[in-house]
Design a protein around this ligand. Structure first.
Ligand code: CUA
Length: 321
C-alpha cells in the first residue's frame, strides 16, 4: 500500500521503471531513520533539560561513572542500522549497474549541449529516445567533450557520461508515456538546456515508430555501419582473421580474456576495445608489434561505438583464443 501512499502524498516523483520502487523504498527508509532519530534527540534534549535543570544556586550534580550497557546499546544499534543501509544500498547498486543479458542496447553520446542516441537497428535520435515498454534497455554512453550525466527521475537512474571511457546503466520502463531526461552534471553555459525526453511506447507502436523513424533514408544497423568503417579504414588488411596475420583475429574476441605483451591479461570489454582502437599501443596483445596506427582524433565517438558493435556481432570461432 505504501507505494500508493507515497505517490499520493507526492513524497517521490512518478515511478515508471522496475527499479523505481526499490530505490524509493531505500530512500524513504533513510528519511524515516533520519526523522526518527532527529525527533528522538529533540525530545530527549527537552526532557533532560526539564528533568535535570538546576533547582537552586547551591545544587551540585551527582558524579556519574558511566554505564557499559548504555554505551553498548548506542554503539551496536547505530552500527546495525548503518550496516543494514550499506548492504541494502550495495545490493541495489549492483542491480542498477548490471544490465540483464537480454537488454536492448542503445548508444548514447553526450556533447555540449545535446544527447545523441542511436538504436542498434541504426535509427538516430537527438534529445529524444523511443523505447518499448516492459523491455530492459541498456545504455552504453560516452561524451565528446566534458562530463555529462544521464538522469531520468521517473526511472530513478542517473549515470555520469564521461569523455574517454564508456559508462553504462539500464532501465525497464513499466508505463507508456513521456518522461524527462536531464543532464545532471554542470557542463557549461547551456547545461540546464541539455534536456530531452524518453518516450515509452507499446511494443507494436514502437516497431511502427522504428520503421518510420527515418523516412526516405535507408536505415543501416549499427553493427553494419561498424563493418563498413572496418573495411573503409583498412582495418581488415591486418585484422584478416587468417593464421599468421599481422594483427590479432577479432572474431569471438568480445568478452574473452586477452593475454598482453607485459604478461598480464585483460578482458576484452567495450572499454578495452575502445582503447585499442584509439590508442592501440597502450595495452599491446602478446605476440604482436606496435604497428597499428593511432586513431585518436580520427574517429568520432559514434564511429568507435559502431566498430565495437561490429566486433561484438562477430561470431566466436572455436579454438580462436
Ligand atoms: Cu551536459 Cu550538463
Amino acid at each position: 500500500m505504501w507505494p500508493q501512499v507515497t505517490q499520493a502524498l507526492r513524497l517521490v516523483p512518478e515511478r515508471a521503471s522496475t527499479i523505481a520502487g526499490q530505490v524509493d523504498a531505500l530512500f524513504l527508509f533513510l528519511v524515516a531513520v533520519t526523522v526518527f532519530f532527529s525527533g528522538l534527540i529533540f525530545l530527549l534534549v527537552v526532557v533532560f533539560a526539564l528533568k535535570y535543570r538546576r533547582r537552586s544556586e547551591a545544587e551540585r550534580p551527582k558524579a556519574i561513572h558511566g554505564s557499559l550497557l548504555l554505551e553498548a546499546i548506542w554503539t551496536v544499534v547505530p552500527l546495525a542500522i548503518g550496516l543494514a543501509i550499506f548492504v541494502w544500498g550495495a545490493y541495489l547498486y549492483f542491480v542498477i549497474s548490471r544490465p540483464p543479458a537480454a537488454a536492448m542496447e542503445i548508444f548514447v553520446v553526450g556533447k555540449q549541449w545535446m544527447w545523441k542516441l542511436q538504436h542498434p537497428t541504426g535509427q538516430r535520435e537527438i534529445n529524444e529516445l523511443h523505447v518499448p515498454v516492459n523491455r530492459p534497455i541498456k545504455l552504453t554512453m560516452t561524451s565528446e567533450d566534458v562530463i555529462h550525466s544521464f538522469f531520468v527521475p521517473a526511472f530513478r537512474i542517473k549515470a555520469d557520461v564521461v569523455p574517454g571511457r564508456y559508462t553504462s546503466t539500464w532501465f525497464e520502463a513499466t508505463k507508456t508515456g513521456e518522461y524527462h531526461l536531464f543532464c545532471a552534471e554542470y557542463c557549461g553555459t547551456i547545461h540546464s538546456g541539455m534536456i530531452g525526453k524518453i518516450i515509452v511506447m507499446e511494443p507494436a507502436a514502437f516497431q511502427q515508430w522504428l520503421a518510420g523513424a527515418t523516412p526516405g533514408a535507408p536505415v543501416v544497423p549499427v553493427a553494419e555501419l561498424g563493418r563498413q568503417q572496418f573495411e573503409q579504414r583498412g582495418c581488415v588488411t591486418c585484422h584478416s582473421g587468417k593464421p599468421g596475420g599481422l594483427a590479432p583475429a577479432l572474431a569471438g574476441l568480445f568478452g574473452s580474456p586477452v593475454p598482453l605483451a607485459d604478461g598480464s591479461t585483460v578482458k576484452a570489454d567495450e572499454s578495452y576495445l575502445r582503447e585499442s582502437i584509439l590508442n592501440p599501443h597502450a595495452r599491446l596483445v602478446a605476440g604482436f608489434g606496435p604497428i597499428m596506427p593511432v586513431y585518436q582524433g580520427l574517429l568520432s565517438e559514434e564511429n568507435v561505438m559502431q566498430i565495437i558493435a561490429y566486433l561484438k556481432s562477430l561470431p566466436g570461432q572455436p579454438g580462436a583464443h
